[in-house]
Design a protein around this ligand. Structure first.
Ligand SMILES: CCCCCCCCCCCCCCCC(=O)SCCNC(=O)CCNC(=O)[C@H](O)C(C)(C)COP(=O)(O)OP(=O)(O)OC[C@H]1O[C@@H](n2cnc3c(N)ncnc32)[C@H](O)[C@@H]1OP(=O)(O)O
Length: 199
């Protein structure tokens, strides 16, 4: 997809000083399997593609009919709108595997996302699942809206920890796209959340 963003925008999916070692390790794991450019400028396609992430998709910013013109220009993507120092809320990066129709998110949950003491709020978990699956559905099918998100919370996600989120295509039916999603510990041994999404 062509990126509807100004090249001057900050790409929030690049590593920053708030990322813990697990977040950085997983980032390197997937990033090292992305497209590489050799010294003579030849590009070698990778298995994964890192998806840049901005706080506003400017080209499509036509909504907000109930906002004043002044406030409209200040609208921001929910998951990228915290001005506080990095690491306070949603830190994440997405990688897409076009061939296998899989999209992976690495997510570090900051202290402002607390639900049950010491653990991540269920609404924040739903948000990051919607982000990963919604982006994946967009890559697979073009512009979409989430019609249905069904979430089973299996084990709490510790605040400050890093989890692995994987979205995979179940099927497409006409203009509908059905995805499944799993949130696990980074070594895959613990299942935190399972979800299905219809877009
Ligand atoms: C390179 C990088 C690129 C990345 C680029 C992206 C960058 C940035 C990333 C941000 C990533 C965040 C992603 C957030 C994504 C949201 O959070 S979207 C916000 C939440 N969702 C909404 O507000 C949607 C509100 N609902 C609607 O607008 C409408 O109900 C819908 C879903 C569009 C459906 O409307 P419609 O097409 O007019 O509905 P209708 O014709 O009645 O039904 C069509 C079909 O869908 C089915 N359907 C309708 N509603 C439902 C439902 N609720 N459940 C199941 N099936 C349904 C119907 O049964 C029907 O099926 P068939 O009979 O055709 O088999």
């Amino acid at each position: 997809l062509p990126l509807p963003f100004s090249s001057k925008s900050r790409d929030f999916s690049l590593p920053n000083s708030s990322w813990n070692s697990e977040m950085k390790r997983l980032y390197e794991h997937y990033n090292s399997q992305c497209e590489v450019e050799s010294e003579d400028g030849e590009k070698q396609k990778g298995l994964w593609r890192r998806l840049p992430s901005y706080n506003r998709s400017l080209k499509y910013a036509t909504g907000g009919v109930y906002l004043s013109k002044l406030i409209q220009s200040k609208a921001r993507l929910f998951t990228r709108n915290i001005k506080e120092q990095g690491g306070a809320a949603f830190e994440y990066v997405l990688f897409n595997n076009e061939e296998e129709q899989r999209c992976v998110g690495i997510f570090q949950a900051g202290h402002l996302l607390e639900g049950p003491p010491g653990n991540v709020h269920g609404g924040a978990i739903a948000t990051i699942i919607d982000t990963v699956t919604g982006t994946h559905a967009t890559l697979l099918s073009g512009t979409v809206m989430t019609a249905n998100l069904n979430i089973n919370y299996r084990s709490p996600i510790p605040l400050g920890g890093t989890v692995h989120i994987e979205s995979s295509l179940d099927r497409k039916e006409g203009r509908k796209t059905f995805l499944s999603c799993r949130v696990t510990s980074t070594d895959g041994s613990k299942l935190h959340t399972e979800a299905t999404g219809d877009f």
